[in-house]
Design a protein around this ligand. Sequence first.
Ligand code: ADP
Length: 233
Amino acid sequence: MEFIELKNVFKVYTNGVSALADVSLSISKGEFVFVIGESGSGKSTLTKLLYREEKPNRGSVYVGGINVAKLRNSNVYKLRRKIGVVFQDFKLLPKLTVYENIAYPLESYGMKSDEIRNRVLKAVERVGLKDKLRSYPNQLSGGEQQRVCIARAIVNEPKLIICDEPTGDLDPKMSKEIMDVLDTINKDLESTIIMATHDKEIVNRMKKRVIYLHNGVLVSDKKKGNYIEDENI
Ligand code: ADP
């Protein structure tokens, strides 16, 4: 079995909206995959199924051999510890420093402070923010804030990193920096990265696998793909 496998997944929200229809796909360990498509095509829903923010109505979702669709609620936290998630809107805690924002999840696991310190410093070094540890989020640029989020996501060195429009609020230069950081993490930590985006320029430059959703249906899956626009289906 591959690291990630979705089989015949359907997701209909309680209001009757069909977000994913009969989606099947598999992703190997260490792959870098873009999930693209117009707004509302189901990209976020797909990522949410992987970290069990949502459950499918039908079909199976395997992550590391576990059917996360069937995972008991009381075990979801174990899955989440193994997955780093990066969002468009950062979700940093404004009253905590960069160091504290990154350390926070580890503290909640009850990890020793020496171990936390080692991990935070390593993560911060990977994203190139060593000199900003004592800054607060509002003292950082958008690109720097997103790098803090990436550091927070990788502090456990997860085998899976999910990014939902991580460059959505950033200008092209900052977006490129973020993509360089993610590319390096993909290579150095050998983490699988799944990134939902509609940033055409990034997708075309990176030459990674591209999965294309249209109205919740997986219509194309290409190695070293380019951005696809709806009119080109
Ligand atoms: P994308 O990430 O590609 O913009 P989403 O996965 O967010 O797409 O949304 C897919 C569809 O599901 C859209 O029609 C959206 O309005 C709908 N949707 C998403 N989340 C919910 C929700 N919690 N409740 C109801 N409908 C939702």
